[in-house]
Design a protein around this ligand. Structure first.
Ligand code: IPE
Ligand code: IPE
Ligand code: MG
Length: 260
């Protein structure tokens, strides 16, 4: 082997370590939410079928989950399939489900070993039965883990989540005619109950929209958008996003440092 590739590998590893060293561990985001976008465009750029992009995207998921757990995040939420994605051709949807199953089969052991707990956000009971079995196994196997919570959004819609929350509040307060709905009550009936809201929302592929993802929970999230397509996203991008997050000044409607 020539020395050039080895140098390149070393440089990449050094760059990653360098970024990691700059992160202030005491001020990590507690919860990162990611809209994983651009698989289709990544493939088109290479004259490949869209599904090749999804396949590469699954590798990115591996790297991002591993890095997030190592960094010590409390929660990571990944938007994998939206309730609107059913509009896509059946062949693409079928392959996405197949990839999801492959991902669980391949990664479950390592996820479990890393003490990660898997949760699903969304109506996954409407997914094909065979993939539901794998999902349920993943939930069951990791159910008692105490490390990072990995939320996978499947057949997810934030508006449906809110409608579900209101419905569930009504159901559990049937006797109360003077029910007063509070913000806390809503938060406690969301799919993400018990978790801190995402403080950082990442979207890949340059799109400046939230596409019906965690609308309630991202009220005060810092947004970080990269032009990089999801299959090209790496641990380095994730750490860059965290570093940029740590430089931001979060005001929550108040005044900034120094009163301006
Ligand atoms: C994101 O990539 C993956 C899913 C939505 C399932 P896309 O498939 O949306 O890729 P683009 O946006 O067409 O490039
Ligand atoms: C958002 O990406 C949904 C997921 C990442 C699963 P889309 O590609 O479906 O979103 P739009 O259509 O660009 O808003
Ligand atoms: Mg897209």
């Amino acid at each position: 082997m020539s020395s050039l590739p080895m140098t390149a590998v070393r440089t990449a590893v050094e760059a990653k370590e360098d970024l990691r060293a700059q992160i202030d561990a005491a001020r990590l985001p507690k919860h990162i939410a990611i809209i994983m976008d651009g698989n289709g465009r990544w493939a088109r750029q290479r004259f490949l079928p869209r599904i090749a992009g999804h396949r590469m995207g699954a590798r990115t998921v591996h790297e991002v989950v591993e890095t997030s757990a190592r960094l010590g995040l409390q929660a990571l939420s990944l938007y994998a399939f939206s309730a609107e994605n059913w509009k896509r051709p059946k062949t693409e949807i079928d392959t996405l489900m197949e990839l999801l199953r492959e991902y669980i089969k391949k990664e479950l052991e390592e996820i479990h070993r890393n003490n990660i707990r898997i949760q699903i956000l969304g109506h996954y009971e409407l997914l094909p039965a065979w993939v539901q079995e794998d999902i349920e196994q993943a939930i069951r196997v990791t159910g008692k883990n105490t490390g990072m919570v990995l939320n996978v959004a499947l057949n997810y819609s934030a508006r449906t989540e809110l409608a579900d929350a209101f419905q569930s509040i009504l159901k559990s307060n049937q006797q109360n005619r003077n029910l007063e709905i509070t913000e806390q009550m809503i938060a406690e009936h969301l799919y993400t109950k018990g978790l801190p809201d995402p403080d950082l929302l990442i979207r890949t592929s340059g799109e400046m929209r939230v596409s019906n993802f965690l609308l309630w929970q991202i009220a005060y999230a810092e947004i970080w958008v990269t032009d990089t397509y999801w299959p090209d996203f790496t641990a380095r991008h994730l750490m860059q996003a965290i570093l940029d997050f740590q430089k931001r000044e979060r005001r929550y409607g108040g005044l900034g440092r120094g009163g301006v």
